[in-house]
Design a protein around this ligand. Sequence first.
Ligand code: URP
Ligand code: ZN
Ligand code: ZN
Ligand code: ZN
Length: 484
Amino acid sequence: MSTVIKGGTVVTADLSYAADVRIEGGRITEIGPDLKGDTVLDATGCYVMPGGIDPHTHLEMPFMGTYSADDFESGTRAALSGGTTMVVDFALPAPGQGLLDALKMWDNKAGRANCDYSYHMAVTWWGEQVFDEMKPVIEDRGINTFKHFMAYKGALMVNDDEMFASFNRLAELGGIAMVHAENGDVVAELTAKLLAAGNTGPEAHAYSRPAQVEGEATNRAIMIADMAGVPLYVVHVSSEDAHEAIRRARSLGKRVWGEPLIQHLTLDESEYFHPDWDHAARRVMSPPFRNKKHQDSLWAGLMSGSLSVVATDHCAFTTEQKRYGVGDFSKIPNGTGGLEDRMPMLWTHGVATGRLTPNEFVAVTSTNIAKVLNCYPRKGAILVGADADIVVWDPEKEKTITAGAQQSAIDYNVFEGHKVKGLPRFTLTRGHVAVHDGEIRTKEGHGEFVKRPGNGTVNRALSTWKELTAPRPVERTGIPATGV
Ligand code: URP
Ligand code: ZN
Ligand code: ZN
Ligand code: ZN
């Protein structure tokens, strides 16, 4: 059985052209004019793009005394509804738990996924077992990205010496280091001080995590990665301070990528000053939403290429869960949703405003991350042989975002009331039409794990360069005898 997407304009990260796309056995088998197939999807007036890849989700994650509310079923259903066809979730070992053991827990949850998925491995503590298991995680499991939390002191945070040891190991094994960059020690002190002074509301969450705290940690992570000779990916870049560090590092030839979130690009800190406690608490995440200066910086980074990828950090908690923090903002579970809204919000605020071209949109929502993660061109491409993860995008289709109509399991949406123009007509996950003109036809369990081998091209280039420029002893002609 074959499917043909007919009459659309293929839009990739490189170019746009009129062509039909034929799919068989879950893969793209032909691209060209006048193709025939058993099923025809009418793409007239639409762009045929690689499905979105969201490289940053937390589905059913144990965190801050509870579990994030969207699991792999509802989370990937939300993803497909918004044109995203692959998610990369963080497998988080509990303190003292082995990496391989944590992966088993994630495997049990992820079996329900409606679209393909992969994992990043989190390094939440350091020891011989973690050092040893990093090798099979990369070589046997095909997980080449390892996240380090520089914040959440007393829970997930790792210190500089642990991070340096882990980064060195990654350099050796051909992995990529990731960081949540905030100075956890300073955040902990500021939190205690704010609470002691009676600042208990959700706005104090933002006061406790100023942009400087993020900028400092980003600079530190870049330095440590440079010393270890490992590529670095900075998640949820929210501020000019962090972006400036990344921009500078890249201009110096360092291998660093930055990932802003759709929330930080489109929502600002005024959300925390809303008189309704629930409204503000629902938007508590780390780093917090910032002011226009920072938002402009993030947009400029996407436009100029100093920032590479737009993600969501989808970590959805219900209002009831957010209320664990009434009277103490530090107990509000950190996280916001966005899986269903990332693509339409970025199109509306990016492409429709002229800040991004349609090709740049494809780059930052799909192709760039597929390359970084080493799963391109199986993912992130409209090419013969690639997986048929495709979104047929109707630039004229409009809606107003509302929690009542969303796929996510939570009872609100941080983008409530935002009008978006540009939505999927069809979303295909390995050939299966999961979204058909507004109708959700997802198949629970259809998703497969995507292996991503280590030692990608950037790793190889960086290790070659580091080897070539490594400190070497000077060969001298005369050495004085010691003690004379
Ligand atoms: O507030 C956030 N970002 N929650 C999810 C965990 C993390 O830090 O990525
Ligand atoms: Zn984080
Ligand atoms: Zn996260
Ligand atoms: Zn809007």
